[in-house]
Design a protein around this ligand. Structure first.
Ligand SMILES: O=C(O)CCC(=O)C(=O)O
Ligand SMILES: [Fe+2]
Length: 350
């Protein structure tokens, strides 16, 4: 190693890298995902010194507040995560990587509509299966390593994120593309618990002009400086995808991406719970707010569609009635998309 770090005295090197490991916690050992405690190697730190260096701040300064927000409202927002230089590098890498991005698919089973741009208009690539080479995506790769280190702290705070982590890079290309209301925890991805998004867009993103806000329903408290409103008795907050912003939310919360009029990039990580097997799982909301505390979700692939069963008015009740491999693409009467991402259930596992 002839880099600047390795030329420092050994004890100084150790102190630097001790900042980059996950904080010690009793729960870390129960995290079955080896990624949760991944340490940035000196080589990785050297490839992307800025991103790696900022992880120190992310953990030391921001994390307690993020966890607090998340527990209180189901959503946490933090700005200025990496700084302008790193954000720009990630945006450039995202543009390059997404040249080969494919339209995101929706639906499942025999009624699959593989590309329904009126429901979901982003193009994406999965980063979960990265090989040894991350050439051209060094900064995104370092960001992902940093985000993974949130796992042990979330776990220690009651979030069931002891399973796989999947990572997606996506762009809504503009022209009014959107993603209709849905939950990230779905029949095809029943184990997802926490959604973490980093936006590398311009910092001056104006949602009035460019649209593209992430609208999250049933927020316990409105994140600072977010537009907000009420649909019936359900409060929502609009989170602008402004650059260098980190958003974390409980994957069971309903959300949508409003029509977007400029290219809108996002790096998204889903943290899942461990799959304990069995025909049925219980979906627990890890926050102390909101209506979704304990929802049964069907997981048996052989479950039959109940003949003539009318759609229930909640997505997960529909899943319980119709779940399994014969999923249908559908929109519940209350407008919630029910089972998107079905084709990615296998691809997304780490
Ligand atoms: O990019 C966003 O703000 C959210 C996208 C989303 O909801 C998803 O990919 O599931
Ligand atoms: Fe989503």
């Amino acid at each position: 190693m002839d880099d600047s770090i390795s030329s420092l005295p050994k004890d100084v090197q150790e102190r630097i890298f001790s900042f980059l490991v996950a904080p010690p916690s009793s729960s870390a050992s129960s995290d079955s995902s080896s990624h949760c405690t991944t340490t940035l190697s000196p080589a990785a730190a050297q490839r992307s010194p800025h991103v790696a260096g900022r992880s120190v701040n992310l953990f030391d300064q921001y994390l307690p507040d993020l966890v607090q927000q998340l527990k209180k409202s189901g959503v946490a927002v933090h700005d200025g995560v990496l700084g302008a230089a790193e954000r720009t590098s990630i945006l450039q890498e995202a543009r390059g990587a997404l040249q080969d991005g494919v339209p995101a698919k929706v639906g499942g089973g025999s009624t699959l509509r593989s590309e329904d741009r009126s429901v979901r208009g982003d193009n994406r690539v999965w980063l979960s299966h990265e090989g040894p080479s991350v050439a051209g995506r060094e900064n995104i790769h370092s960001l992902v390593q940093v985000l993974k280190k949130l796992g042990p702290t979330l776990l220690a705070n009651g979030f069931e994120v002891n399973g796989a982590k999947s990572v997606q890079l996506a762009v809504f290309p503009g022209q009014g593309t959107l993603y209709k209301r849905h939950r990230d925890t779905s029949p095809s991805s029943p184990l997802r618990r926490v959604t973490i998004i980093y936006y590398p867009n311009d910092e001056e993103w104006d949602p009035q002009e460019l649209g593209g806000a992430l609208r999250i329903f049933d927020v316990g408290a409105i994140p600072q400086a977010c537009a907000h409103g009420q649909e019936g008795d359900r409060p929502w907050a609009d989170i602008s995808p402004r650059g260098d912003r980190l958003v974390i939310f409980n994957s069971v919360m309903e959300h949508q991406v409003l029509p977007t009029h400029a290219p809108r990039y996002a790096v998204t990580m889903w943290m899942s719970c461990a799959d304990m097997g069995g025909p049925q799982d219980t979906l627990k909301a890890s926050t102390d707010h909101g209506p979704s505390q304990s929802l049964p979700i069907a997981r048996a692939p052989e479950m039959q569609e109940a003949p003539g069963a009318p759609p229930q008015d909640r997505a997960f009740e529909m899943v319980a009635a119709w779940g399994g491999s014969r999923r249908k693409t559908g929109v519940a009467p209350d407008g919630v998309l029910c089972w998107f991402d079905c084709f990615f259930a296998v691809a997304e596992q780490d």
